[in-house]
Structures are given as C-alpha cells and as structure tokens.
Design a protein around this ligand. Structure first.
Ligand code: NAP
Ligand code: ZN
Length: 341
C-alpha cells in the first residue's frame, strides 16, 4: 500500500509498504480521510520529536476491515475515528487520571504508523465509532476538535462568558464555535487575514479584530473597547509570543488565560508577574485531548460544528509530502488527504 513516510528529519516521501497485520487488540482501518496538521510540518523539520521511519498522519477516520483476536464489540464495516494519543496506563500521571501528561505517551502518526496511508492499525481503545452516514472528511476533524474541547473545558466558559480567541487557524475557528456552544455570548477573534475574520463572523464570532491594524488590547479591553476591562477568558490559538503576551492583558481581573497554541521550545515571552498576581489571573495550559474524543466525535456527528467551510482542499497521498514540506498557503485552513483518490 502507499504511505507517506518520514524516513528521517527532513526526508518525506510516498513509499510502498506492506499492509500491516492487526495484533490481538488492533483494528485494521481503511483510511477514508486524514487531516494535515501544523504538527506534521514540525515533525518533518525535527521541531517536534518523532520516531522515524514512520508513516505520518494523526487526524484520521476510516472503516474497520479486520480485527485482532482479542477485539470485542466492534466489527468490520464500522466507521471509526482514531484518538492518536496512547497513554501507558501505568505511570504516576496515568494512575492519577492525567493521561495526556503520561510520561510514556506515544502517538499514532508520530511514534507509530499513522493515517497518511491506505490502511492504519488502531488499538481498539483508541477507536471511536462514528455514523456511516457522516461525510468521512468530517470524521478527520474529531482529533483537532477534541484538543479544542479540552481547552474550552479548561477555560471554564459558562453562559454569558466573554471570550477572546487569538489566532484564526483551524484551532481558533473550532474554538470560536465551541465557545459559543459552551454559552459565551461575546466571542471576539483576532487574526490577521481578512478572509478568516469574515469566516469567523459567519461561524459565530460576535466581533473580529485585525492585530495588524493597531493595538488589539486597547481595541478590546480599553476604556472604550469592545469589552472594557477585559474578558472572562482569553484563549491563545496562534502559537506566537505576541498573542501570549496579549492574552494576559486581555483577560479581566479574576479571568482565565488558556494556552492552546504551541510556541517553539525555548521561545520566551515577556509578561509581568505583578499583573498576574494583582489581577489574580489563572494561566492554564491545555495539552491534547484527555477523555474528550468521544464527546468530540459526538459533536461532529451532531452537525453542531460547521466543518465544510474549514476544508480548503482535498488531496491525494502523492500530493501530501509536497504540502507538508511547504508552509500553508494564504487563506488555507485545513487540507485533507483522501487515500482512495
Ligand atoms: P495555524 O493554522 O497556523 O493557525 C494559527 C493562526 O494564527 C494562523 O492561521 C494565523 O492566521 C494566526 N496568527 C499568527 N500570528 C498572529 C497574531 N500575531 N495575531 C493573531 N493571529 C495570528 O495553526 P492551527 O492548526 O490552527 O493551530 C494553532 C496552534 O495550536 C498551533 O500552535 C498548534 O501547534 C496548536 N495546537 C495545539 C494543540 C493542543 O493540544 N494544545 C492541538 C493542536 C494544535 P492569520 O494569518 O490570519 O493571522
Ligand atoms: Zn502513563
């Protein structure tokens, strides 16, 4: 079968590999769709550790075609979405229920073969059934949506909350939608590209701001800003130091800052501890998707999240290495690999 292989840092190509045989607890899944994520670019460039040679792709869904001898309760023909993050279940963090902080965390598409292939092996406990009636590309959004859902849970958004989301990529645009679903009545998105600001307003943002046009802290939290004195929750979804800095200025006294965006390791941001103390800010990281994949899959299946408008293009396995090796095109939100195309 064809697979997009990371042979070594900087070396990605489509290769012919054997269709894997399921171990006792595995499902063999024929991949219908797998999303390209910024992390795939980081893996290629060695900015995020992986275990090459490995097939990339961690945002996948597909049809179960074969099951291992110890698998119960799931049959060939079922459509599943995969939670790629496999925790060990034995380390102190796992034993305390913090599986996303597992010290032995391994991910499908990072440390073991993933979904940019015709078939992928998925341990049964990482597979979540989704309806056959669903557009399969929607199934590929369960993983990024689950990460946003964890961020929203961490944020403690309630009915009437005021929220700022910084960064209008797929994570920011899903987070805007989840914030509205969670009950926020004011959701402001800051992002530089006008097309993304327009889309965010159509997806439920109550206002958008252009960080290139002036000081967004003043425009949002200033005396005559959109939410004078600041918002209940600021969610950083851009992964740049500027927006991390802005987030601590945008949250009101007693408010919460959630860091969803990934900054390069070693990058520093200047913040004022006095400000965090004096205004009792809660600064909370949100890492991957502990125990939320089922909810994310149900949300996708419910149709409550607009997904089609986040899909920029659908490509073949052969096209994937070139796309991963280059930066995202302007305006591009999510590219889906369709192995059967
Ligand atoms: P992305 O497509 O790169 O989106 C980030 C967006 O931020 C860009 O599209 C850009 O849009 C915007 N941006 C850049 N500089 C900005 C600025 N100064 N002010 C406002 N917006 C700015 O990436 P993504 O897939 O949405 O992911 C977002 C971040 O979340 C990444 O860092 C990713 O690694 C991280 N992530 C974290 C988790 C987790 O578990 N915590 C899971 C998945 C992803 P404009 O050009 O319009 O400004
Ligand atoms: Zn563990």
């Amino acid at each position: 079968m064809k697979a997009v292989r990371l042979e070594a840092v900087g070396d990605i190509s489509v290769r012919d590999v054997e269709v894997p045989e399921p171990g006792p607890d595995d499902l063999l899944v024929q991949v219908e769709a797998c999303g390209i994520c910024g992390t795939d670019r980081h893996l290629l460039h060695g900015e995020f550790p992986s275990a090459p040679p490995v097939t990339l792709g961690h945002e996948f869904c597909g049809i179960v075609v074969k099951v291992g001898s110890a698998v119960h309760g799931i049959k060939p023909g079922t459509r599943v979405t995969g939670d790629p993050n496999i925790s060990c279940g034995r380390c102190p963090q796992c034993q305390a229920g913090r599986v996303n902080l597992c010290r032995n965390l391994r991910a499908i598409g990072i440390h073991r073969d993933g979904g940019f292939a015709e078939y992928v092996l998925v341990p049964q406990r990482q597979a979540f059934e989704i309806p056959l009636g669903l557009d399969p590309v929607h199934g590929a959004f369960c993983e990024p949506l689950a990460c946003c859902l964890h961020g929203i849970d961490m944020a403690g958004i309630r009915a009437g909350s005021t929220v700022v989301v910084l960064g209008g990529g797929v994570i920011g645009l899903l987070t805007v939608q989840l914030a509205r679903l969670a009950g926020a009545t004011t959701v402001i998105l800051s992002t530089r590209q006008a097309s993304k600001r327009r889309l965010a307003e159509e997806l439920g943002a109550t206002a958008t701001v252009d960080p290139a046009a002036g000081d967004i802290v003043e425009a949002i939290a200033g005396l005559s800003g959109l939410v004078p004195d600041g918002v209940d929750v600021a969610i950083e979804c851009a992964g740049v130091s500027e927006t991390v800095k802005q987030s601590t200025r945008l949250a009101k006294a007693g408010g919460t800052v959630v860091i969803l965006g990934v900054l390069p390791r070693g990058e520093k941001v200047e913040i004022e501890p006095f400000d965090i103390l004096f205004r009792e800010l809660r600064v909370q990281g949100s890492f991957i998707n502990p125990f939320v994949h089922r909810r994310a899959a149900d949300l996708v299946a419910s149709g409550a999240i607009e997904i089609d408008r986040l899909i920029s293009r659908r490509v073949t396995l052969d096209e994937a290495p070139g796309i991963i090796a280059n930066p995202a095109l302007p305006g591009e939100i999510k590219v889906l690999v369709i192995p059967s195309s």
